[in-house]
Design a protein around this ligand. Structure first.
Ligand code: PMP
Length: 956
């Protein structure tokens, strides 16, 4: 196993593998990265990601590399902390004119060096809070002085009282009629608590400022921030429009606490309200990289300046990615006239070789003493600082030729991308960015006809799939920004050529065509083939999707929505789901399913509207998980249920969030969820659908017996002690003269079988007592001995009738009507066999089955394998009931499996019926009863669901 996967990033590595990004790069030069293709051949990749913006002049730029080598060879000190560090000083000095020119501030900037972007942001945060703290200190002193004065004033004049405004009287009722001591104590406590309040930070929507414990709270992407929400900063994420409204007095979203400062005025003693600097900083990225590539405008900059002035807080420009020349000027902000108080830089400033960051703070805002409090072992090292200084020199060379190259290349790329956008507006939504920091946003594929493409979008992974495609099919490296899975970010180096722009556009164009044509097979080709796509020509699958007639639009919402969790029968069924995979082999389909196992969420299918014959409508929605029956069986066998359970719980939660009130656990998911009982999701009514499955199978069995021409005389139930088997035993007991209950022979099996026998006798005896019902089945056998049994029962008051009859039969009949056995061979005595045993493989020897027997096998997986049935055409094997829908409503043809038009499986129909009934709680959940089976069968009939074709072959 790869050590990176094993010891460093197990989940990320799995994700990389799932989309073909699991390359091991061994060499980097200029615009290229190199990996070995596994057969020893070196593959060259055009890197248009540039180390997420950290490599502007190319990988291992020869001059910077030589400089690093020289510095190492000269034994340049690396670790000489706590001394005068000339390299840092020289770099800071070199930054001065640039910072002044680009920000417009005339004053010097103090520079705090770090090693990374997030560290730099954290240093900026720390500094802003220190500087706010200093202001609060002054206010605290002012408050103390004012309170002292108040005390003196009260001492001088005991009749003096506070003149409160109406609003103050409302907000501070304690002050009305307070004594002088009480008033002083109250104001003092109020002020102390206001001064203690933690700072607020303001960041923009789509912001990304790092992933450390503090900076993560300034990063808008919820996925990264949410798990750490208890750790840190109070942040308000706002739009520029919201900030504009703030300038016009809308402070609804921003708490602005005030101190109460007593003051003598002509009106008497008043409490002056002085707002504290509650906001520590306003952070912006002039061009947001990770949030989806959004650039601020000149108008935005003006709003930001006004808000900064109004709140009295520093404006921090996080130019970690956009700065250091990436956008065509040293600071991207200078292009929109942004005048930040702090500038944060990192990434490219290190010349692509060193890890360096810096926070430059204009001296007018610098908190004296901060530099004593802030340090870091690796910051200010000589080599990083000298490389960064050389990087700045390179930017300045030839009158800033590098920067103009960035602008020109950026423009050429932008124009080419915009042309592509014009040709494919149905696929590309927007082209954005500045200089060599560009983004291509794709149209949502949330409603894509091709379900695998739709699923990629559903998982927020479309951009990653496209990234894998570009890398593997075209040898081009890009990536989505951290928080925008629908965008491809393009950050090439300055070495980019027109020919490479053309290559990129060619590759993107093929990809756009594939998306337009919904050619999943083309897009995903790379995932299951060693060689790139032979023709690079996507095919048009739109006619196929149009022919399916799916995605009906309804003018009215349904009365209720129900979800049904299912999974793939086997991976080759993918070919049914997507015609573009029709030439894929079983192994390739398997490979795809395995790769995608990383994220088991599959996009829900479009709702199928079902209407009861009584009028109620239900939208039936499939919420599949990406697993096959075989994979689930293996996990069941190995008792590795947790990942599956988590995936099913997630499906239930998603269904609930989409407004489903009922959910059916289909196929193997009901077993995995222990008949629903292992599900964690509250607020959604669950069913396994087992009750109607039994009812329909039972109806089919009775019909089959009629067709056969002779009734059921002796029935055997395999797995009779189980949940389904016991209920089925009770039902079939109503028809047969002899019932053989077969158990596994595992510990306690006989006892459990006996219990079922008691229940059968009990139910049959009770039915005998009902004069309205003619006796049938086991009851008719008991009827032959009714008087003797009644007499026996009267002598056994402590036992239930069922148990007592069981005893009686044992004592007085040579062969009772209900027998128990732990030997499966007992089925050879039966003309009808019901299979409901929970075994992982088919285990019934077909030779044991009587000539012309009916077998009803509703076990999942089946107890009797399809493969042996061929040898015994005399046996009629029923696999379970298929239900005919009330108005021929049909599942999406891509997921019908063995079903035809107008058909659903009984477990699906049960879920629909519960939706039609708006049934308030779980139904087939945990232990089933005969009553449940009869009730749902009755309701299903009333809603117009009928027994359809009988399922006769394997379907799982
Ligand atoms: N701020 C911005 C704007 C960034 O783009 C990044 C990195 N993508 C960071 C901060 C964090 O930098 P680092 O990954 O070096 O911690």
């Amino acid at each position: 196993m790869n050590h990176y996967l094993q010891y460093c990033k197990p989940s990320l590595s799995a994700a990389l593998t799932s989309i073909g990004l699991d390359k091991v790069y061994h060499r980097a030069e200029g615009q290229y990265l190199y990996y070995s293709n596994g057969l020893g051949a070196e593959k060259q990749v055009l890197d248009l990601l540039g180390g997420y913006g950290a490599v502007l002049f190319g990988h291992n730029d020869p001059a910077f590399r030589q400089q690093a080598v020289d510095l190492l060879q000269a034994n340049t000190p690396f670790h000489h902390q706590f001394s005068i560090r000339n390299g840092a000083g020289a770099l800071a000095e070199k930054l001065q004119p640039l910072l002044r020119k680009e920000t417009g501030w005339p004053e010097p900037f103090r520079c705090a060096f770090t090693s990374t972007g997030a560290e730099s942001v954290e240093v900026a945060i720390k500094h802003s809070e220190m500087s706010r703290g200093q202001k609060l200190e002054l206010l605290s002193k002012q408050s103390e002085r004012a309170l002292e004065q108040l005390g003196l004033a009260f001492a001088e004049n005991t009749t003096l009282s506070l003149a409160l405004s109406e609003a103050q009287a409302m907000l501070h009722p304690e002050l009305t009629n307070a004594s002088s001591d009480q008033a002083i104590a109250y104001v003092s406590k109020h002020n102390a608590s206001v001064l203690q309040q933690p700072p607020v930070f303001i960041a923009l929507e789509h912001a990304f400022h790092g992933k450390l414990t503090t900076s993560i709270q300034l990063t808008h992407g919820i996925m990264y921030r949410q798990p750490f929400r208890r750790l840190g900063l109070r942040t308000e994420f706002v739009s520029i429009a919201q900030l504009e409204r703030l300038c016009h007095g809308d402070t609804t979203w921003l708490d602005r606490p005030s101190l109460l400062l007593p003051k003598k005025t002509k009106k008497g003693l008043v409490l002056e309200e002085v707002a504290i600097p509650s906001v520590a900083a306003l952070l912006v990225e002039p061009v947001q990289g990770e949030g989806g590539v959004y650039a601020l405008t000149e108008a935005d900059a003006k709003v930001l300046h006004r808000v900064r002035d109004m709140l009295g807080c520093p404006l921090i420009a996080d130019e970690v990615q956009s700065g250091s020349g990436r956008c065509g000027s040293f600071l991207a902000g200078s292009q929109i006239g942004l005048k930040p108080d702090y500038v944060v830089l990192s990434k490219a400033l290190g010349a692509g070789l060193s890890k360096l960051g810096v926070v430059a703070i204009r001296s007018g805002q610098y908190a004296e003493g901060f530099d004593i409090l802030q340090s870091s072992t690796f910051a200010e090292d000589e080599m990083s600082c000298q490389l960064a200084a050389a990087y700045l020199d390179r930017l300045a060379e030839d009158d800033g030729r590098a920067l103009s190259t960035v602008r020109e290349l950026g423009e050429a790329l932008l124009v080419a991308l915009k042309e592509l956008h014009q040709t494919y507006p149905d696929v590309i939504k927007d082209i954005r960015g500045k200089g060599l920091l560009l983004g291509v946003e794709f149209q949502d594929q949330d409603h894509a006809p091709a379900h695998l493409i739709r699923t990629s979008a559903y998982q927020g992974a479309l951009g990653y799939l496209l990234t894998g495609h570009l890398l593997n099919e075209h040898g081009i490296r890009v990536a989505p920004p951290a928080s925008a899975g629908n965008v491809l970010r393009i950050e090439p180096t300055i070495l980019l050529t027109q020919q490479q722009i053309d290559e990129l556009i060619y590759a993107l164009e093929r990809m756009c065509l594939a998306l337009r044509y919904q050619d999943t097979g083309y897009l995903m080709h790379f995932l299951v083939h060693d060689e790139p796509h032979p023709t690079k020509e996507p095919k048009d699958f739109r006619p196929w999707y149009a022919s399916l007639g799916i995605e009906q639009q309804y003018s009215q919402p349904a009365d209720s929505k129900v979800a049904f969790v299912n999974h793939l029968i086997s991976s080759d069924w993918l070919r049914q789901v997507d015609a573009s995979l029709q030439h894929w082999t079983d192994a390739q389909c398997d490979d795809l399913v395995r790769r995608f196992a990383f994220d088991k969420r599959v996009a829900p299918f479009a709702p199928v509207r079902m209407q009861s014959s009584q009028g109620q409508t239900v939208d039936f929605i499939l919420y599949p998980i990406n697993s096959t029956s075989q994979q689930i069986s293996e996990q069941l066998e190995n008792n590795q249920l947790e990942p599956l359970r988590a995936a099913i719980d997630e499906r239930l939660a998603a269904a609930k969030a989409d407004g489903c009130k009922h959910a059916g656990l289909g196929m193997f998911t009901s077993i995995v969820m222990n008949n629903g009982k292992a599900a964690q999701t509250a607020g959604i009514s669950l069913t396994t659908g087992n009750a109607l499955t039994i009812a329909m199978a039972h109806e089919a069995l009775v019909n089959a017996a009629q067709d056969r021409g002779h009734p059921i005389v002796s029935a055997a139930v395999i797995g009779a002690a189980g949940n389904i088997g016991s209920v089925y035993s009770l039902l079939v007991a109503e028809h047969c003269q002899q019932l053989i209950l077969v158990g596994s022979g595992r510990q306690g099996s006989v006892k459990r079988l006996q219990k079922v026998a008691y229940q059968v006798y009990q139910a049959e005896w009770e039915s005998l007592q009902d004069p309205r019902q003619p006796a049938s089945g086991i009851a008719s056998v008991l009827q032959n001995h009714q008087e003797l049994i009644a007499n026996w029962l009267s002598q056994m008051p402590d036992k239930t009738a069922g148990e007592a009859i069981f005893d009686w039969c044992q004592q007085y009949l040579s062969v009772g009507p209900v027998l128990i056995s732990t030997d499966v061979a007992a089925i050879s005595q039966a003309d009808t066999v019901i299979c409901a045993s929970n075994a992982s493989d088919a285990f019934i020897d077909i030779g044991m089955i009587q000539q012309s027997a009916i077998v009803c096998d509703i076990a999942v997986p089946h107890n009797l394998s399809d493969s042996v049935l061929g040898a015994r055409p005399d046996i009629r094997c029923i696999r379970g009931g298929i239900v005919q829908t009330p108005h021929n409503e049909s599942l999406d043809p891509r997921v019908r499996a063995y079903l035809g038009e107008g058909q659903v499986y009984a477990c699906m129909a049960e879920t629909v019926v519960l939706g039609m009934e708006q049934y308030p709680t779980h139904y087939s959940y945990g232990n089933l009863t005969k009553g449940q089976v009869k009730w749902i069968a009755q309701r299903a009939r009333e809603h117009g669901m009928k027994l359809g074709k009988v399922k006769v072959s394997e379907s799982m």
